[in-house]
Design a protein around this ligand. Structure first.
Ligand SMILES: Cc1cc2nc3c(=O)[nH]c(=O)nc-3n(C[C@H](O)[C@H](O)[C@H](O)COP(=O)(O)OP(=O)(O)OC[C@H]3O[C@@H](n4cnc5c(N)ncnc54)[C@H](O)[C@@H]3O)c2cc1C
Length: 479
C-alpha cells in the first residue's frame, strides 16, 4: 500500500480516472506496448493512461503533475529511440484514443487529434474532398510529426506540416487549456512549430486544407550501379523544385536481404497534381528501373503503400548537407562499406539498412515564412539543401548495439567529410535524429533562446522538462 500510494498511478486513481488506466499484465496494456513502431521504444511503464477528451488530458496532467514522475507522452508511438515516447518505472500518457479527424466546410480547416495516423487522416478528409500537408507514410502519428515540423509530399507547395497548423489546442503543465494561433498566444504557436513536446500536450491541430486530387506516384527500384545518375537527378530536381512545386522525390540506398541480396536504390516519385509522366521526372525515368509501381492513386493509397515494417530494433541518425552530388555519392559509398562491415558482425538475414536523401530546397522555407515562421532556423539557410537519414534495423538488442556503434561512426565521418569540403549544414532533422544528437541546438542560438523563453513562460513549474521526460527537452540543450 505504501508503494502504491507513492506510485504515480495512485494519483490518477485518486483523481477518479481509473477507467483510463491500462495496468501492466492486462491484454490491452500489452497491445499498446506492442504498437510502438520500434521494439526498442517500448519501455513497459507501470501503467498507461489513455485520456479520451481534452478535458481528460487536463485532468491527467493535473493528477500526474503532483507526482515525482517520470511521465511519458506518446501520440502514434512511431519515434524510434528509447525514451522518446515511453518510460520505465513511470506512467505513459497515451493519446491513442484521441484520433478524430473532422473538416469544417465553412472555415475550410481540418481538425486532427494527435493520436490519428496519416492514412486515417487522408482517408477521412478524402471523403470530404480535401487534403492537408501531412506525413508521407501511412502509419506515422500526427502528434509527433507536426510538433517535430513534418516533411511532406506537399512541402514545396505549402511548407512543412507544422507551417500549415493555424491553431494548436494545448493542455499546459498547470492543466489549463489554451489555443495558440497568430493572434492568441502567438509565441506558443510559433514555438510549437518544430519545438516538439516542450510546452504542453497538443490535443488538436487545426490545419489549412486544399482540394484532394488523385496523385501520380509510387516507387521505382534501380540497381546500385545507377546510383550516380540518380544522385545527379536528385540534385537537379532539388534545384528545380521551385519551378515544379507539385512534385516530390527522394532516393534511398537500401540493403534488405528479405527483398534483395544487393544494395538497391529506391526512388519515391510523386506528382501531387496527378499528372502522369510529369516532366520533372523525365531524367529520372530515363534511368532503368527493375521495379516501377508509379501510378495514379489516392494519397491514402500511396501512404499505405509506403508503410515501413515495424517491431525491430531501430537506430537512426540524421544530418543535412548542401545540395551537392559529392554528398550523395559519398553517403552511398559509406553505406556500401557499412553493409560489408555489418555482414561480418551480424547475420545478413538479421539486419537491414537504408541511406536516404531528400530535398530541402529554399522554397520550403519561403512558404514557412509566408505562413508565420517556425523555429527550425532554416530562414538563415540561403541555399538548397538535402536532409539525410541513415537507418539500421536489427533483430536483437546486442545486434542493435553493434548497429549503433557503426552508424554513429559513419555519421561522424560523413559530417567530417562534409565539413572538410564545405558541404555541411547545421540542421539535424528532429523527427529522424538519434538520442545522442542535438536537433534542438541545431536550430541555432536565437531559436534555442526563444524555445527556452516560451517553455518557461507557459510551463513555469517545468512539468514538461522535469516530469514529462520523453522526447527532446530544451532544458537539456547547453547554452
Ligand atoms: C516509417 C517512418 C516514416 C516517417 N516519415 C516521415 C516523413 O515523411 N516526414 C517526417 O517529417 N517525419 C517522418 N518520420 C518521423 C516521424 O515524423 C516522427 O517519428 C514523429 O515523431 C512520429 O509521430 P508520433 O505521433 O508517432 O510521435 P511519438 O513517437 O508518439 O512521440 C514523439 C514525441 O513527439 C512529441 N509529441 C507527440 N505528440 C505530441 C503532442 N500531442 N503534443 C506535444 N508533443 C507531442 C513528444 O515530445 C513525444 O515524446 C517517419 C518515421 C517513420 C518511422
Amino acid at each position: 500500500m505504501m508503494i502504491l500510494s507513492s506510485h504515480p498511478s495512485a494519483w490518477v486513481l485518486a483523481a477518479g480516472l481509473q477507467e483510463l488506466i491500462l495496468l501492466a499484465g492486462s491484454d490491452a496494456y500489452a497491445a499498446r506496448e506492442a504498437s510502438y513502431w520500434a521494439e526498442n521504444a517500448s519501455l513497459s511503464p507501470y501503467c498507461i493512461v489513455q485520456p479520451r477528451t481534452t478535458n481528460e488530458v487536463a485532468l491527467v496532467v493535473k493528477a500526474l503533475s503532483e507526482t515525482d514522475g517520470p511521465i511519458g507522452l506518446r501520440s502514434g508511438g512511431v519515434t524510434q529511440w528509447a525514451g522518446s515516447n515511453d518510460v520505465k518505472n513511470g506512467v505513459t500518457i497515451d493519446l491513442g484514443k484521441l484520433r478524430d479527424v473532422t473538416y469544417n466546410a465553412q472555415s475550410k480547416l481540418a481538425s486532427l487529434q494527435p493520436g490519428a495516423r496519416w492514412d486515417e487522416v487522408y482517408g477521412e478528409l478524402q471523403n470530404q474532398g480535401v487534403c492537408v500537408t501531412g506525413g508521407r507514410i501511412g502509419n506515422v502519428g500526427v502528434g509527433g510529426f507536426l510538433t517535430g515540423c513534418g516533411n511532406s509530399f506537399h512541402s514545396a507547395q505549402n511548407g512543412f506540416g507544422c507551417d500549415n497548423v493555424v491553431n494548436f489546442e494545448v493542455v499546459l503543465g498547470n492543466a489549463t487549456i489554451v489555443n495558440a494561433n497568430s493572434t492568441s498566444h502567438p509565441d506558443l504557436w510559433t514555438a510549437l512549430k518544430g519545438g516538439s513536446g516542450n510546452f504542453g500536450i497538443v490535443t488538436r491541430f487545426d490545419m489549412f486544407t486544399f482540394p484532394a486530387t488523385e496523385i501520380w506516384g509510387g516507387n521505382r527500384i534501380s540497381v546500385r550501379s545507377e546510383g550516380e545518375k540518380l544522385a545527379q537527378a536528385l540534385v537537379d530536381f532539388t534545384n528545380n523544385n521551385n519551378k515544379n512545386p507539385e512534385d516530390a522525390f527522394v532516393i534511398d540506398h537500401i540493403f534488405d536481404p528479405s527483398s534483395s541480396p544487393d544494395v538497391i536504390v529506391l526512388q519515391v516519385i510523386v506528382d501531387t497534381h496527378g499528372v502522369i509522366n510529369a516532366s520533372a521526372f523525365d531524367d529520372v525515368r530515363k534511368i532503368p528501373a527493375v521495379v516501377d509501381d508509379v501510378q495514379k492513386r489516392t494519397l491514402q493509397d500511396l501512404a499505405d503503400n509506403e508503410r515501413v515494417p515495424s517491431r525491430q530494433q531501430q537506430v537512426w541518425f540524421s544530418l543535412s548537407f548542401k545540395n551537392d552530388i559529392r554528398v550523395i555519392n559519398k553517403g552511398a559509398e559509406l553505406h556500401d562499406q557499412l553493409v560489408e562491415e555489418l555482414k561480418a558482425l551480424i547475420p545478413s538475414s538479421n539486419f537491414a539498412t537504408e541511406c536516404l536523401f531528400q530535398p530541402l530546397p529554399t522554397i520550403f522555407t519561403e512558404h514557412s515564412i509566408e505562413k508565420g515562421g517556425n523555429v527550425m532556423g532554416l530562414d538563415k539557410v540561403k541555399e538548397n539543401a538535402l536532409i539525410w537519414l541513415i537507418a539500421g534495423a536489427s533483430g536483437t538488442p546486442e545486434e542493435s548495439a553493434i548497429m549503433r556503434e557503426k552508424l554513429s561512426a559513419l555519421t561522424a565521418s560523413f559530417e567530417q567529410y562534409a565539413a572538410s569540403e564545405g558541404l555541411g549544414n547545421d540542421l539535424e532533422w528532429l523527427n529522424y535524429a538519434d538520442q545522442t544528437q542535438n536537433p534542438l541546438k541545431s536550430y541555432g542560438k536565437e531559436n534555442v533562446d526563444f524555445i527556452r523563453k516560451v517553455a518557461e513562460k507557459y510551463d513555469p513549474a517545468g512539468v514538461f522538462q522535469k516530469k514529462v521526460v520523453t522526447g527532446w527537452k530544451i532544458s537539456k540543450v547547453s547554452q
